[in-house]
Design a protein around this ligand. Structure first.
Ligand SMILES: CC(C)(COP(=O)(O)OP(=O)(O)OC[C@H]1O[C@@H](n2cnc3c(N)ncnc32)[C@H](O)[C@@H]1OP(=O)(O)O)[C@@H](O)C(=O)NCCC(=O)NCCS
Length: 327
């Protein structure tokens, strides 16, 4: 299997730290120092996750030299579907005109891209289809409480898409290995309390602001540092590789300090670590494709490079994918 193309999209509107200073009791200095974030993109009212996904997906299909009709499977990783049902994959399928595709949404929060990539790769590897579209897209601004300074500074909106294709020759086999975990004992460290079957929407849930992200930041921070390092180390060791042998380490972008701590513990040289959180914040399912895209544009990611993707997200969800970059 090979990643045949990559494309990303963020909405044009920028929300800076200075803008947030006007909404909550925070400062540019605090946000930059504690998170590494300078600005993030957010949608205008009415723009949905499938709208962002469509922009990234259409371009990814075209860059792969394909048409929407060539796509046999669509996996959309998201924690902000347009609605609870139908799936955003269905809405996207219709918007891009992928008339021969089936597909589904995958809920793994910030690990949605690594999970979706692994899932699609396995289906392609099993002969289920020749071309799968993998999208990570989130409109986090739709579930963020812009009165809560502990969460509203962290998140942004965005989308990224790759086409995973069956390759003819073994040499083009770029998805080398993967490792995933879930740990539901951490479910209350990062969650949205209402809107599901546990607490259906009511006047009370709205009044109590329960349709927004709630987070115990310290618990998530420690888990993310520990697990990013652990899952990456396990995957490298299993493949007889050292951290130094990697060309690029692409972590989910949640906090600059999480990425720095995890990669220092792991022993990846900092020049091999991509961090672009300053411009986008945490876009949940979209951070890894956005980071890959920046790495490609800046010449830090080239065809044949050995790349490790790693993510930790709400759930908790943990993922890592080892690949040889094929574009
Ligand atoms: C949220 C996070 C940035 C907070 O950073 P931190 O260094 O842990 O800060 P703390 O939570 O210890 O808070 C320190 C102080 O800053 C305050 N603070 C929190 N957010 C603030 C903000 N935006 N501006 C100013 N002060 C803020 C806190 O209220 C606290 O004040 P107190 O000591 O008077 O109670 C950090 O915990 C984090 O990044 N966690 C992981 C989040 C994450 O990655 N989520 C997604 C996972 S996929």
């Amino acid at each position: 299997m090979t990643i045949a193309s990559l494309s990303t999209y963020v909405p044009p509107r920028v929300l800076t730290n200075a803008d947030l200073e006007k909404l909550v009791d925070t400062s540019n200095e605090w946000i930059l120092q504690r998170t590494g974030i300078h600005e993030r993109h957010i949608v205008d009212p009415g723009v949905t996750t499938s709208d962002l996904a469509k922009e990234a997906a259409t371009e990814a299909i075209s860059r792969a030299g394909l048409t929407p009709d060539d796509i046999g499977l669509i996996v959309v990783g998201t924690v902000t579907p347009d609605m609870l049902f139908p799936s955003t994959a269905c809405l996207l399928q219709n918007k891009i005109g992928a008339s021969r595709a089936w597909g589904f949404d995958l809920s793994a929060a910030c690990s949605a891209f690594t999970y979706s990539l692994t899932t699609a790769t396995q289906i392609v590897a099993a002969g289920g289809t020749d071309h799968a579209l993998v999208v990570g897209a989130d409109v986090m601004s739709s579930i963020i409480d812009y009165r809560d300074r502990t969460t509203c500074v962290l998140f942004g909106d965005g989308a990224g898409a790759v086409v995973v294709s069956a390759a003819d020759s073994q040499s083009a086999n770029v998805i080398l290995d993967f490792e995933h975990e879930i740990d539901g004992s951490g479910s209350h460290a990062l969650f949205m309390p209402a809107g599901g079957s546990a607490r259906p929407a009511s006047h009370e849930t709205v009044d109590q602001r329960m349709h927004y992200v709630k987070q115990d930041g310290g618990t998530v921070f420690k888990f993310a540092v520990r697990k990013t390092e652990e899952v990456a180390r396990r995957l490298l060791e299993r493949n007889g590789l050292t951290p130094e042998s990697l060309d690029l380490f692409v972590s989910h972008q949640a906090n600059r300090r999480i990425i720095m701590s995890a990669t220092e513990k792991l022993g990846v040289p900092q020049e091999k670590v991509i961090i672009n959180i300053e411009r986008f914040g945490n876009t949940t399912a979209a951070t890894i494709p956005l980071a890959l895209n920046d790495a490609m544009l800046s010449g830090r990611l080239k065809k044949g490079n050995l790349v490790l993707l790693a993510s930790v997200g709400a759930g908790f969800t943990v993922g890592a994918v080892l690949l040889r970059w094929g574009i």
